[in-house]
Design a protein around this ligand. Structure first.
Ligand SMILES: [Fe+2]
Ligand SMILES: [Fe+2]
Length: 170
């Protein structure tokens, strides 16, 4: 970004760049968590859930595009080595060792809640000070909230199927 564009920001740009690089690392890990989980998943409503998880994966990748664009505009250096994703990310990457659909969904839900916290913090940090980053953070935050809702709904439906089976057997 032009020097003037950075100068008019009424905040600590280095602190913001640190937060954005952490968010960028989290997006890549979230992308892979969704993408590989969707392929390994087994259990009820597999086809429907797999399709939705792949849509979420694509949206996480798009968040990475928005975040990296802003880091570069601010004159920062985006994280270039995937090894650093684990050091910078505050959200866990949960390896999908158990492919049961509900386990995969719970792992993704944990990631979404972590992402919601991240973008809330970036939105708060930039509120009234850096309109561009604030707009990016709220745009992403809205999608993370939708992701959380989608996953909660799937978990509710799977639990309901299980309850109905139990009733039929008793
Ligand atoms: Fe995301
Ligand atoms: Fe998400």
């Amino acid at each position: 970004m032009g020097k003037h564009g950075v100068q008019i920001l009424n905040l600590d740009v280095n602190e913001l760049l640190k937060m954005l690089n952490e968010a960028l690392s989290e997006e890549w890990l979230a992308f892979y968590q969704y993408w590989i989980g969707a392929r390994l998943m087994e259990g009820p409503m597999r086809g429907e859930i797999e399709a939705e998880l792949l849509i979420h994966a694509g949206q996480e990748l798009n968040h990475a595009v928005l975040v990296v664009g802003r880091i570069i505009q601010l004159g920062g250096k985006p994280v270039t080595n995937p090894k650093d994703w684990f050091k910078l990310s505050r959200c866990d990457y949960d390896e999908p060792t158990d492919p049961y659909v509900e386990v995969i969904l719970e792992q993704n839900l944990k990631g979404e809640r972590c992402a919601i916290q991240r973008y809330k913090e970036i939105a708060d940090f930039t509120n009234g000070k850096d309109h561009t980053t604030h707009q990016i953070a709220t745009t992403i935050l809205n999608e993370e909230l939708e992701h959380e809702q989608d996953i909660e709904d799937f978990i509710t439906d799977i639990q309901r199927i299980r309850e109905d089976w139990k009733k039929l057997r008793s």
